[in-house]
Design a protein around this ligand. Structure first.
Ligand SMILES: Nc1ncnc2c1ncn2[C@@H]1O[C@H](COP(=O)(O)OP(=O)(O)O)[C@@H](O)[C@H]1O
Ligand SMILES: [Mg+2]
Length: 327
């Protein structure tokens, strides 16, 4: 199998409209999705994770998001030089997206069958009978019973977990090489979350897809991911393998996030939170973006922008911290 294809985000900066001006909201973000690997993009709400994920399909531009600099390269071609029809082929073709909200991502006026078959026929030439057979196989594969009946049902007949399974089946329908999943289980009950995550992991590994998993949940990262990029206030502040990040975290923000995991907090104690808030775009401090919430921050941290590899880790484990050597 050829596995040297990849999806690469290179020094991407994005701006959003805020009170009549454009302000930087994603700053110099780089990462790579590789076949068969899952990259977790982690951080609190408001750090720029969804903006970054949506840029991989050039979504968000109709809501005023603009690229300031950088590029996204899919198998050798820039997404930013593609025509609208080429982008349509990429969306739901080579790259599929699974959204957070399974309640709103399905159209209530069409049956499940109509929606899943339409996606397939947009991207592949299939007869109606082939498409139906394939749809049934996909629904069985995501653990749905009585797929034949399900094809005739409308979304509002299904629970949140079942809808998310249907959306996963739809995402898999075109055999994409890359899956972008933005908080795919956040809207679901905890018991359902685990099963959906196990399903995603199984399918991704079976099809050797490259996956970006956006989440604020470090527990999920441990279960799902091979690599991690921690995002804070528009920047990647630490990146490495799951082993690097869990066993040897270098950025104080990474450590703080890990201490917020429910399974780390002692039983009965309330969940620790990181004091303060993520600064909004336009209000980032000039030095380290995390300085105002960081116990290690000193004068030097506030002077000027800090490079991602200022802590001399290895090429694959980098941190944007002047105190990365302090354990
Ligand atoms: N279309 C938009 N217009 C204006 N501001 C936006 C837009 N999209 C996102 N933002 C702002 O950019 C920041 C990052 O948003 P987002 O990527 O959704 O964060 P996350 O997914 O990490 O929670 C937030 O402060 C958000 O309010
Ligand atoms: Mg988000």
């Amino acid at each position: 199998m050829i596995t040297n294809y990849q999806l690469e985000v290179s020094h991407l900066s994005l701006a959003v409209p805020l009170q009549g001006t454009m302000v930087e909201a994603v700053s110099d973000v780089s990462f790579r999705l590789q076949a068969g690997r899952v990259l977790g993009l982690v951080g609190e709400s408001g750090c720029g994770k969804s903006l970054t994920a949506q840029a991989l399909l050039r979504l968000g531009e109709h809501q005023g998001v603009q690229r300031l600099s950088g590029d996204i390269i899919l198998d050798g071609s820039s997404l930013f030089t593609m025509s609208e029809s080429e982008l349509q082929q990429v969306r739901g073709g080579k790259i599929a997206m699974i959204f957070q909200e399974p309640m709103t991502a399905l159209n209530p006026v069409f049956t499940i069958g109509t929606q899943i078959i339409e996606v397939m026929r947009l991207h592949r030439t299939l007869t109606a009978a082939e498409a139906k057979a394939k749809a049934i196989a996909l629904l069985c594969d995501v653990g749905m019973q009585d797929a034949e009946l399900l094809l005739r049902q409308y979304p509002d007949a299904l629970s949140g977990g079942m809808r998310q399974r249907v959306l996963i089946a739809m995402a898999m329908a075109t055999e994409p090489r890359y899956i972008i999943a933005d908080e795919p289980t956040t809207a679901l009950d905890v018991s359902v979350q685990k099963r959906i995550i196990a399903l995603l992991r199984r399918l991704q590994s079976q099809h050797q897809q490259g996956m970006l998993l956006v989440t604020h949940d470090f527990g999920l990262v441990a279960e799902m991911c091979d690599d991690v990029a921690v995002m804070y206030a528009g920047q990647v502040v630490e990146t490495g393998t799951v082993g690097d990040i869990f066993d040897n975290p270098r950025h104080p923000y990474t450590r703080a996030l890990m201490h917020c995991r429910p399974e780390v907090a002692s039983a009965g104690a309330s969940l620790p939170v990181i004091a303060g808030q993520v600064p909004t775009p336009g209000a980032w401090p000039q030095g380290c973006h995390f300085a105002d919430r960081c116990m290690l921050a000193d004068h030097n941290c506030r002077l000027q922008a800090i490079d991602l590899n200022v802590w001399h880790g290895d090429r694959d484990h980098q941190a944007r911290c002047l105190h990365g050597d302090r354990a």
